[in-house]
Design a protein. Sequence first.
Length: 612
Amino acid sequence: MRVVCYYRFSTDNRLQLDNSEQRQQESVKKLCNRNGWLIVEEVVDKATSGDGEKPSLNRLRDAYKSGEIEFDAIVADSLSRITRRGLFDMHLDVGWMRDAGIKLAVVDMGGVPFLVDELGRDIAKSVDVWKNNAENIERGSKVSDGMRTKFMRGKLGWCGQVPLGYDLVRSVDGPSYLVANDDLKHVREIFQFYLGGGAIRGAVEILLKTQRFREKQAGSDEVKDPNSTSVKNLLRNSIYCGKRTYGVRNVAKYGGVNEDNPKWTKDNPLAMTDLVIDYDPEGFEKAVSYADYLKVQQMLKKSKNRHGKRNTPVNSKYKGLLVCGNCGTPLFADPYKDKKTGKKLTSYTCKAADQRGPKCREEKPYRKSIRTDEFEDLLVKEFGLFFMKPDTHICNVQKVLDGLVLESMDSGERDTAADLDVQQQRLEQLTKQWQEGGMSPTLGEVIQQQAKRIDELRQKQKEDLDKPIETLLDVCRRQSDESWEAKGFGRYLGSCYRIAYGIHTGVYQWSSRESKLGLAQQLIKEFTEGLVLVKHPTTAELFEIESHEGLRHSFSNADRCVEALRAMLIEDIVVDFQLGLSRGRPSQVPTSLEFVFSVPTSDCTDMGWLRR
């Protein structure tokens, strides 16, 4: 009888693999030799679960069906080597053997060849299959519970790949842990680069400077260069802000934390699991603060919604700034050549309108695009009106006032505020999962614990908010001084901080609508007229401010308008399209712009500043 010997190992650990491999091979070959069977092939699946896919066994199936190999039976050490699936799923592993009439010979079942159909007719064999699957589930759940307990007690050593910027220290008496190395400065540089508005691709150049990459590259010519995915994975790693997570991805198939069991981290890992601990062993250093880490996650989430890759021209001045007013999709820069002049130009297009699907395709023609010259004409027209509205500046000053509380906090307070946002996101995810999953009592208890944790964080935040006014004044003075030296509209933010400083010292009033309008008019004059008299924010004495040359009546320059908007910390410029005629043809015509800022709406009497 022609047979194939099949071995499967559930781990790629070298010591365990050597032991299991030798034992399986000896028992299987001993059975074949005793019966005089001819071994035509030996097939091995390494680091493969018994209730998962088995690549080598699947390749054997394909080779048999194509006629590349012929055999009569498959020999294995135990039935669990071939399958650990449940009774209703085991056909995924052995169904093709039944259809082809291939027999199984299993050492621990006596070694007598039998047809796969007998598994269904023989109760003893069916029980063996069921027991294999049940034992697998029970064992996996116990291991998962044990690791979870060790993790929450801080006793679980570091497992998996060591993050860039750290070395792994192994200890005889305790768990292994991470310590910082010289590459951590490059990790910090990547976070600061991205927070400062740098592109993911630009951060790849920083990765190339790390010692780890240089050593890998020197050791092998086959080492691939880091790419955008490498940077995103680094920015997603919460260990860099001193938070260690468990159960986010590929952990515990049975009794795991994350039921989706994702292969990689696509979202903020702190919102994907409730198993999070502070990580601060001796020699460990953070690369980024908790609050800044969460800012990075928000930025990544926003950029995640962008559509397929496009070739963006270098001179696309407004890339990342324009958004489709119909669907909210960022407008991508598309290069094109003017047929008459041959000059290379740029338009900004909604890719959701170009792709099939219901999004942004309500009425033909679907295409929504705005040329650079069209955008600049609209910008000049609408920004002048926008800047001259007092409510624009009232809300910007209010943003500074609200932000001062956060900026004046110490790192612990900022971490508490940021952690509260993450835990609220986690509660929303759990509640949605509970509602969609039949309102499980077990999950309901988890939700109650999560709500209790949020209440504790709110109480801690309330206790930490009582800060001396001097701290706020120091922040005002520092930010005002830093921005005051800037040129052009870069000075705008410093002026907002100067006013906030005056409000905290009592020089300026901010309690009534009239007082707010007066300060807003002062800001407008400062950037549109020559000399302006203002009160000193500390002494209340009058002094003159001279507007920078070129700022007065500068709203006819699109570049200057964008400079001013960036100084106001704009997030998006929304382009609204309406069906109309362009060159005599029906077209989606850009009609207006809306300016969207990341400013709070509190104490703003006119919401027109949000969407002009």
